[in-house]
Write a protein that binds this ligand. Structure first.
Ligand code: F6P
Length: 319
């Protein structure tokens, strides 16, 4: 292994820059040439590659987003697109590729490995929806962003004695809702893994009011959706004013937390080590605080396990 490439793909996540920095500097320290690939697999197909030096990744550890830019590529989903991408990597003399992204990006890494490129995936997504790893890079920052919003909403919700319904991201995974809901003291947390009953929700709100609650914070994951409709229904049934806030892409930005920067640095370092050990079609992650690696095929088949414990603690403490 003499030359490696690094790209970010899919939705960006805070901490991706810290991961790029770790890959580039570890690679250079170990005597490798490192090339950056812009705009994910789409940029790879278009030959958007450039040489990276230690200073190419200076002053980025604290920045959200990704200096390599990111994209979702339709062409790369085809066999022809994948072949083209593998040919470009070979033309540049790149034998190993680090892919930073979510499950879609890992499928891309898996496809390239079949075309003879050694690939290692680093989990970078705010959703925390990759079951083989306890945490993905960007999740902790997104949870803290939601928490900050919840704290602010709590102020206005209390002043007006209203119900505040906050919709958070996460695709089909309820982790952002559960973690932010627990940390923010939400009265109810609605996630796709559990579902909900609007009548129970309204009853909980009314019972809370009778016990003297001044506000009601309800966190709903986008996998359930419909925050505006729920607000309307809640207002109709309970007679208490209700407002919906859809946090949207604000959750994807911002300076990464210490946890995300450290996770990204550890995983980036290990990814390069694995390429040097000759591993391919592998992903890195964290389990019980330790960095682990696993074949992509196996990692992608592990079924998501909902964090029932945290959800139940949230429920019992919200009373
Ligand atoms: O996967 C990250 C994520 O932010 C999801 O939480 C969300 O469903 C999706 O990406 C939004 O995608 P886009 O950036 O294409 O709007």
């Amino acid at each position: 292994m003499k030359k490696i490439g690094v790209l970010t793909s899919g939705g960006d996540a805070p901490g991706m820059n810290a991961a790029i920095r770790a890959v580039v500097r570890t690679g250079l320290d170990k005597g490798l040439d490192v090339m950056g690939i812009q705009r994910g697999f789409s940029g790879l197909i278009n030959g958007e590659l450039f040489q990276m030096e230690r200073k190419s990744v200076a002053d980025i550890i604290q920045r959200g987003g990704t200096i390599l830019r990111t994209a979702r590529s339709e062409e790369f989903k085809t066999e022809a697109g994948q072949k083209k991408a593998a040919n470009i990597l070979s033309a540049f003399g790149i034998d190993g590729l680090v892919v930073i992204g979510g499950d879609g990006s890992f499928h891309g890494a898996q496809a390239l490995a079949k075309h003879g490129i050694k690939t290692v995936g680093i989990p970078g997504t705010i959703d925390n929806d990759l079951a083989y790893t306890e945490y993905t890079i960007g999740f902790d920052t997104a949870v803290n962003t939601v928490l900050d919003a919840i704290n602010k909403l709590r102020d206005t919700s209390t002043s007006h004695e209203r119900v505040s319904i906050v919709e958070v991201m996460g695709r089909n995974c309820g982790d952002i809702a559960v973690y932010a809901g627990l940390a923010g003291g939400a009265e109810s947390i609605i996630v796709p893994e559990k579902g909900y009953d609007v009548n129970v929700l309204c009853r909980t709100i009314l019972e809370g009011k009778l016990r003297g609650k001044m506000h009601n914070l309800i966190i709903i994951a986008e996998g359930v959706g419909g925050a505006n409709e729920i607000a309307k229904k809640v207002e109709e049934v309970t007679g208490i004013g209700a407002r919906a806030t859809i946090l949207g892409h604000i959750q994807r930005g911002g300076s990464p937390t210490a946890n995300d920067r450290i996770l990204a640095s550890r995983l980036g370092y290990r990814a390069v080590e694995l390429l040097l050990e000759g591993k391919t079609s592998t992903v890195v992650g964290v389990q019980g605080g330790k960095v682990i690696d696993m074949g992509i095929d196996e990692a992608l088949t592990i079924k998501a396990k909902f964090n029932e414990d945290l959800y139940l603690i949230g429920e019992s403490l919200s009373y």
